[in-house]
Design a binder for this molecule. Structure first.
Ligand code: PMV
Length: 310
């Protein structure tokens, strides 16, 4: 039996602008993971995919490539030169809330690729995992920038520019981030296409906003590498102001952001596609409880506190 894991992810800085070539920063979230387990079956059984969380059980040969898990399994088997229908049971499970900007789909796919490689005794370098997971992500998201699969495959904080290899980097000090789920779905596809429409209508204004967000990402990377959390908190707030100008914030997200700051967060912003989904708050490790309590009292459905380290 072989088991492999992959973490969730969260975008710290630069969502939306990243689609237009600006740099962004994302980090793995190890407090919630996806797991894939492979066991051998009797000869000629073929490959069965099991996902008890979503009541899915099917034979790989019957599964359409429209199903991301089937697609990524086939891609991994092909890339690793393995039989197309091995006698395996592949079971996946995830603790990562679905459709909440934590990369649940990408993490399931990454755990799967890792498990297939490990079961076959073959290396699966991060670049390969990232590439295969990206192919499955396109089914969920249309034209994703690739930041989810890169963060989850490299399992480190990454500096990401679309179309370029991600650059893993190391925080000077651990960072504590409270991730609050607004409970409202984040319609990433819709917000990405809305931003595109606005950009087409007023290209200069939007290009200026994207470039300003890119500058914030640059400053944030420096702050993280130097351990300057006060500066990073200010940069979260600046980024949020620009996201609001892009039109992707919302009243419920603004409320959670204000509540986190009033409870002592160093800075707070939405994370991911916006409108719904998550708000992230940078906090001092000693100050996690009041911020978490305030967010829950203000209606957050769940708060995950993550520590970002090297
Ligand atoms: O909601 P998430 O965490 O998958 O993030 C979406 C991020 C965008 O920049 C809005 C889109 C993308 O593909 O990068």
């Amino acid at each position: 039996m072989t088991t492999a894991h992959a973490p969730g992810k969260i975008i710290l800085i630069g969502e939306h602008a990243v689609v237009y070539g600006q740099p962004a920063i994302a980090v793995p979230v190890w407090e919630v993971v996806a797991t894939a387990t492979i066991t051998n079956l009797l000869k000629d059984s073929g490959c069965t995919l099991l996902a008890p969380d979503i009541n899915l059980r099917l034979r790989l040969i019957d599964a359409s490539d429209e199903l991301p898990l089937a697609l990524v399994t086939r891609l991994a088997l092909t890339h690793l030169g393995l039989p197309a229908n091995p006698d395996w049971q592949i079971k996946v499970h995830s603790q990562i809330p679905m459709a909440g900007g934590l990369g649940s789909g990408a993490a399931l796919s990454a755990a799967l690729v890792r498990a297939i490689g490990a079961h076959a005794g073959q290396p699966t370098p991060p670049a390969l995992i990232s590439e295969l997971v990206f192919a499955s992500e396109r089914l969920y998201h249309g034209t994703p920038s690739g930041i989810d699969n890169a963060t989850i495959a490299y399992e480190m904080p990454i500096w990401f520019v679309k179309g370029q290899p991600p650059v893993p980097f190391t925080p000077h000090n651990p960072l504590t981030i409270a991730i609050a789920d607004s409970g409202i779905p984040a319609p990433t596809k819709a917000t990405v296409s809305e931003v595109r429409r606005h950009w087409q209508a007023t290209p200069d204004r939007y290009a200026r906003l994207f470039a300003a967000i890119g500058q914030i990402a640059l400053a944030a990377r420096q702050a993280i590498e130097q351990g300057d959390v006060d500066e990073l908190g200010r940069l979260f707030n600046h980024n949020q102001a620009h996201l609001a100008e892009l039109g992707v914030s919302s009243a419920p997200l603004n409320t959670l952001i204000q509540v986190a700051k009033s409870a002592g967060a160093l800075g707070a912003k939405l994370s991911g596609g916006g409108r719904g989904g998550n708000v992230i708050a940078l906090v001092q490790a000693s100050h996690t409880a009041p911020v978490t309590q305030a967010l829950l009292a203000a209606g957050a459905k769940r708060v995950i506190v993550t520590t970002v380290r090297r």
